[in-house]
Design a protein around this ligand. Structure first.
Ligand code: ADP
Ligand code: MG
Length: 451
C-alpha cells in the first residue's frame, strides 16, 4: 500500500515538497494499525507528522490498509546501525535545535521555530498576556519577574513561551535561554540525584540567564523537586535573571504547592489568557489558512467556511488548528476545494463534540441570572415585559445554540406552543438589528454560555 500512498501524496503536493519531506521517509511496515517510518532526523519526522500526518493516514485507509497512527524512528545512519532507531517525542521535540547542556540528553527542550510572536494572533482574550510576553522578550531592565501565565489548555501559553525564547535567542544570542517543562525538570532532577550529579545540575541551572518552565502545575506534590526548583528560582530572581512560568491555573490555586513558593510566584506579574472569542478564532483561522496555503497553494476556501468554523468550534485554538489541517489534507486528497459540504462532512466528529455543550436548562439559568429574574418567572405564565423579554432571549439562544426543535424548546419553557417559541425567536432576531442593548445582551450571554 505504501506505493499507492506515495502516488497519492505525489499527486497532492508540489514536487519540491514531496522531494523534501516524503522522499526521505523510509517505510518500515505496519503493525497493529501503526505505520512506522525511519527518518534521518527528528525534525523531519515531526514536520511530516504535523503537516502530512492526517493525509498519510487517510490515504493508507483509502488504499485498503487500516491505519490509525504514524510512528517515526530517528535513524541518522540507517546503514550502520538500523537497530538503534529512537522514537520521536511528537508533542515536544519539534526541532533539534542545539541546546546548551551539550550532552546527548540536553537539559532543555527544543524550541518550535513556528511559535513566534509573528505567528501569534492577538485578540481581546490574550492581549495582556501577549503584551507582557513581548515586554519580557524585548529585554531592557527586568520588569516583570517572574512572569506567570496561566489558562486552560490550547489557548497559547506554550506558544507565548516559545515566542519569548525564540525572540531572546535572536536578539541576544549570548544569553543562556533555557526552556523546559516541569516534567522535564523533575526528570532531570531525579536523574541527577541517581547519578550523583547534583552539583553539576545545580550549577547548570544557576548559569541560566532566562529560565522558562512550562506547566508548573505538574510540579505540585513532589517535595524535593519543588525544593530544588524553589532554590533555583530564588537564586535566579535575586540575580535579576528573567524567569517565566506557565500553569493551568493561578499560583494560589495550584494544589500541593508550598506556600512560600506560591507567595514568591505571586510577587511577579500573574496574567491569564481568557477563552477565545469569535473574533480571535476567526483571526487564528485566517492566519492558519495562509500557512496551509504555503503547503497546498492550489486549494481554495469557499466564503463562509471560516466564519462557520469560528462560530461552531469554540473549545480552543488547538482544536481549531487541528480541524483546519485535516480539512486541507482531506481536500487535497480528494482534489476538491474546501466548501461547506466538505467541511461538515470531514469535521462531523469535531462539530458534534462542540455541539452538545450547551443545554436549554443552562441557557434558562444563565439568562434568568443575567436579567435578575427568578427561573420560575421565566418558565411561568406571566407576560409582563420584564419576564417576557428574557424568556424570548432564552428561547432565541436555545434555538441558535442547541439543536433542539421548536416544539421541544416550547415544552421546556413551561409547556408553551412551538408558535410561541417561533414568535419569540423572530422578535429577538429583529430587535438584535435595531436595539443595541439587546445585541450586547446576546453577545454577553453567548460568551458566558460558551465558557
Ligand atoms: P497551551 O500551552 O495553552 O495549552 P498552546 O500554546 O500549545 O496552548 O496552543 C495550542 C496550539 O494553538 C498551538 O499550536 C499554538 O501555536 C496555537 N495557538 C494558540 N494560541 C494562538 C494564537 N493566539 N495565535 C496563533 N496560534 C495560536
Ligand atoms: Mg502548553
Amino acid at each position: 500500500a505504501w506505493g499507492r500512498v506515495q502516488d497519492d501524496l505525489r499527486n497532492s503536493m508540489s514536487k519540491a515538497k514531496f522531494q523534501s519531506w516524503i522522499a526521505s521517509l523510509e517505510y518500515a511496515g505496519v503493525s497493529d494499525g501503526v505505520v512506522s517510518f525511519d527518518v534521518p532526523t527528528a525534525f523531519i519526522g515531526n514536520y511530516v507528522e504535523q503537516h502530512f500526518g492526517d493525509m498519510i493516514v487517510y490515504s493508507f485507509n483509502r488504499n485498503g490498509q487500516e491505519v490509525s497512527r504514524l510512528r517515526f524512528g530517528v535513524n541518522a545512519d540507517r546503514q550502520a546501525n538500523p537497530s538503534e532507531a529512537q522514537p520521536v517525542k511528537a508533542a515536544t521535540a519539534k526541532t533539534s535545535t542545539a541546546d546548551f547542556g551539550h550532552d546527548s540528553d540536553p537539559l532543555g527542550l527544543p524550541l518550535d521555530p513556528q511559535m513566534t510572536f509573528d505567528n501569534f494572533v492577538v485578540g481581546k482574550p490574550n492581549e495582556l498576556a501577549h503584551a507582557a510576553a513581548r515586554r519580557v522578550a524585548e529585554g531592557g531592565p527586568v520588569t516583570f519577574n517572574p512572569l506567570f501565565l496561566y489558562s486552560g489548555v490550547g489557548l497559547g501559553k506554550t506558544h507565548l513561551m516559545h515566542a519569548i525564547a525564540n525572540e531572546i535567542r535572536q536578539r541576544q544570542p549570548e544569553l543562556n535561554v533555557l526552556y523546559l517543562s516541569a516534567e522535564r525538570f523533575m526528570y532531570r532532577f531525579i536523574t541527577a540525584l541517581r547519578e550523583r550529579k547534583m552539583m553539576e545540575f545545580k550549577h547548570l541551572l544557576r548559569s541560566v540567564d532566562v529560565l522558562l518552565v512550562d506547566d508548573v502545575q505538574f510540579m505540585g506534590g513532589k517535595d524535593s523537586t519543588q525544593e530544588e526548583f524553589f532554590h533555583t528560582f530564588n537564586a535566579l530572581v535575586d540575580a535579576r535573571k528573567q524567569v517565566i512560568l506557565s500553569g493551568d491555573r493561578a499560583p494560589g490555586e495550584i494544589k500541593n504547592m508550598e506556600d512560600r513558593m506560591r507567595s514568591r510566584l505571586q510577587c511577579g506579574l500573574v496574567i491569564d489568557l481568557h477563552p477565545t472569542d469569535y473574533e480571535l478564532r476567526l483571526g487564528v483561522l485566517q492566519s492558519k489558512v495562509a500557512q496551509q496555503q504555503d503547503i497546498y497553494p492550489d486549494l481554495k476556501v469557499a466564503p463562509g467556511v471560516l466564519e462557520f468554523l469560528a462560530q461552531r468550534i469554540t473549545t480552543n485554538v488547538r482544536v481549531l488548528e487541528g480541524a483546519l489541517v485535516r480539512l486541507f489534507a482531506h481536500a487535497s486528497l480528494v482534489g476538491l476545494d474546501i466548501d461547506m459540504d466538505q467541511t461538515i462532512d470531514c469535521l462531523a466528529d469535531i462539530l458534534r463534540a462542540n455541539d452538545r455543550k450547551v443545554t436549554v436548562e443552562e441557557i434558562q439559568r444563565k439568562v434568568s441570572d443575567y436579567y435578575h429574574i427568578r427561573l420560575s418567572d421565566m418558565l411561568g405564565p406571566k407576560r409582563v415585559r420584564s419576564f417576557a423579554r428574557p424568556r424570548q432571549v432564552a428561547m432565541y439562544l436555545s434555538k441558535t445554540m442547541t439543536s433542539r426543535s421548536l416544539p421541544d424548546i416550547g415544552r421546556r419553557f413551561g409547556k408553551r406552543d412551538h408558535t410561541t417559541v417561533m414568535h419569540g425567536v423572530r422578535k429577538i432576531e429583529d430587535l438584535a438589528q435595531t436595539d443595541s442593548q439587546i445585541a450586547d445582551d446576546l453577545e454577553n450571554l453567548r460568551r458566558a454560555l460558551e465558557e
